[in-house]
Design a protein around this ligand. Structure first.
Ligand code: AMP
Length: 119
């Protein structure tokens, strides 16, 4: 799937629309989800143009992958959810229920997150 440069997270990265930023470094941006599903609901995105985890894992540099992984842990600790626990979700593609086609991880916590999958 080709990257759509008009997706909402690309527009946030370009500063065209605002976000509630919680973290930023050279490779990563994180902000609070606009429609939180838990008391803590942070989205972590790479700054590079990757559609999904599949795309990111195949094409991102070692530096981008390392920065992203380190950032997710740092953001979870800073949000205060590391000790009590939290869930990471990366929806991918149609069957995964991905709505925004720019790779992102959801950090969900601040209380019990509930069953892993409801069908
Ligand atoms: P996904 O279904 O994994 O693609 O999740 C996309 C997420 O992006 C949803 O949880 C939305 O609530 C969230 N979202 C959409 N637009 C914005 C926005 N402008 N700022 C913050 N979060 C957003």
């Amino acid at each position: 799937m080709a990257y759509d440069a008009d997706n909402i997270f690309a527009r946030i990265l370009r500063g065209e629309i605002p976000c509630d930023k919680v973290y930023e470094d050279e490779h990563v941006l994180a902000f609070n989800d606009i429609s939180p599903k838990c008391p803590v609901h942070v989205l972590v995105i790479p700054k590079g143009e990757y559609v999904s985890f599949d795309d990111f894992s195949a094409k991102a540099s070692e530096a981008e992958i390392a920065a992203f992984t380190r950032a997710v842990g740092e953001i979870a600790r800073a949000a205060g959810v590391a000790d009590a626990g939290y869930r990471l979700i990366a929806n991918a593609g149609a069957n995964g229920g991905q709505e925004v086609p720019h790779y992102h991880v959801h950090i969900l916590g601040g209380g019990p997150v509930g069953p892993m999958v409801c069908r």
